[in-house]
Design a protein around this ligand. Sequence first.
Ligand SMILES: [Zn+2]
Length: 252
Amino acid sequence: MFYILFFILGSVMGSFFHVVATRMSNDECIIAPSSHCHTCDHKLKWYELIPIVSYIIQGGKCRKCGSYLPLSYLVIEIVTGVLYAVCYHEYGLSPKLIISVIFISILIIVIVSDIEYMIILDEVLVFGSVITIIFYLILYGLDVTVYHVLDAALAFVAMYALKLLGDFIFKKESLGGGDIKLMFFFGLVIGLPLSVITIFVATFIAFPIALFVLFSRRDNMIPFGPFLSMAAILILISGINTDDIVNIIANK
Ligand SMILES: [Zn+2]
């Protein structure tokens, strides 16, 4: 029962995150105007706003003008729904569930805005970090919160050092400012060691895609943020923790 509930909640939120990412990247207001078709301005009625269901019933088209709606809407609604349900599966009704859901929500917005507009919004990361810190304080107390904030600061510094090294080796900007700020948010939730590991996992995921883009398109600008975010989400839901990593290394 809770699985379905979390899936529905996730798909509703996913739909909302898509709107947030799109409108904030374009400097538009999040609340007004209400959702509309981008081709004919047709205002969407409540029954056209049901995540996943409306999209499938309408065959992915606007009811009024018949123009196709971006498939990304459907994908994000489903993915967010699944991720919320997976978080519930992994952590049950616990404080960790709240933190995980916030983490994934913020990263969904990061992924959408970085893929569609090549931008990681500061406001989103600041909001995400502040709300996470507040929940740490409420759920775990001051000591744990300070510990997490320290990890965040260290992850940020580590990423910045890596950027300087990359800039030096490649003689050009190797990592964007957004990617470095993203690291602070990672450190806050998954800790320093796992944040560093996201860089390797992200490179691993990005490599085949980067090759594909390089051979199929002329512009070879691929944002790294979405891969970092996907890697961080994978690490979070895998439930792996720092002790596991230390054990793996120690056993070798
Ligand atoms: Zn339309």
